[in-house]
Write a protein that binds this ligand. Structure first.
Ligand code: COA
Length: 253
């Protein structure tokens, strides 16, 4: 299992731990993350959740081999179950972005409450270069956060961006030295031990109330397009090129 979970001092930690594959997330890992969120919400000892990666890598996104083998199957896919659990999570979620955050690695940050990024972090949503489209509400939330023209750079061109830019456009709270980001994020999560959980959870619901219906609608529309694009010849060329360690050739499309 490449997801490690632990609860300590009121904080449920979900650690993505598959460094040999740059923390690429498999179907089993999404399921484990969804289950961990559900368990943390049900556990009265947990006041906040913390999502962390490994030194130098938060996650390289969805496992591309899984994309080729088992294209997502709509609303019951483990990736969807994970994002659904994250969106529904009543308790505060803190992310410590320990390095590169690619694809869903960036998308999931849009739905966390606090995001701390290391000074080595690079965020990217390279969906088009994989023959895909944005996912899990990013087509709605990213332009809202950074405006249309910067969203076009990040989503249509897939340009990576730094932790400092993520802070500037409101995706992240702060940039920290790489060796400090996980501990800092833990300290923020632990602050909820001193706050009344009912007020925190109701306030989180209120903060998300206005946007939630639009996000859910976007997820449905994006999900249909994403599933269709996963089966496209463009995506097949992109995935094959990744594993053959060559540049994809989109000239024939
Ligand atoms: N899915 C499956 N395997 C992945 C992966 C992914 N998303 N990302 C990395 N890996 C694997 C590589 O295939 C390689 O496996 P191998 O050792 O068996 O050849 C291993 O992890 C190490 O990756 P490598 O590319 O050699 O590391 P790097 O340090 O040169 O580059 C990244 C790191 C993250 C920049 C690069 O791996 C990358 O671009 N990954 C894909 C990112 C992506 O497009 N994600 C999907 C978004 S929807």
């Amino acid at each position: 299992m490449s997801i490690k979970t632990a609860t300590l001092n009121g904080v449920a930690t979900i650690e993505i731990a598959r460094p040999e594959k740059k923390n690429a997330i498999t179907l089993a890992m999404y399921q484990a993350m969804a289950d961990a969120i559900t368990a943390a919400v049900a556990d009265p000892a947990v006041r906040a959740l913390l999502i962390v990666g490994q030194p130098g890598i938060f996650t390289s996104g969805n496992d591309i081999e899984d994309f080729m083998r088992q294209p997502v199957d709509g609303l019951e896919s483990p990736a969807f179950l994970f994002m659904k659990a994250l969106l529904a999570c009543e308790k505060p979620v803190v992310a410590a972005v320990t390095g590169a955050a690619i694809g869903i690695g960036t998308t999931m940050l849009l739905h966390c409450d606090f995001v701390y990024v290391s000074d080595e972090a690079r965020l990217a949503m390279p969906f088009t270069s994989l023959g895909l489209v944005p996912e899990f509400g990013s087509s709605l939330v990213v332009p809202q956060l950074m405006g249309n023209v910067r969203a076009a750079e990040k989503i249509l061109l897939g340009d990576p961006f730094s932790g400092a830019e993520a802070v500037e456009c409101g995706i992240a709270n702060a940039v920290l030295p790489a060796g400090e980001v996980a501990l800092y994020a833990r300290r923020v999560a632990e602050r909820f031990n001193a706050l009344p959980p009912g007020a925190v959870q109701e306030s989180k619901r209120l903060l998300r109330r206005a946007r939630a219906p639009a996000v859910l609608q976007a997820i449905g529309i994006e999900g249909e397009a994403f599933a269709r694009r996963l089966r496209s010849p463009e995506a097949h060329e992109a995935f094959s090129a990744f594993f053959q360690k060559r540049k994809p050739d989109f000239s024939k499309f």
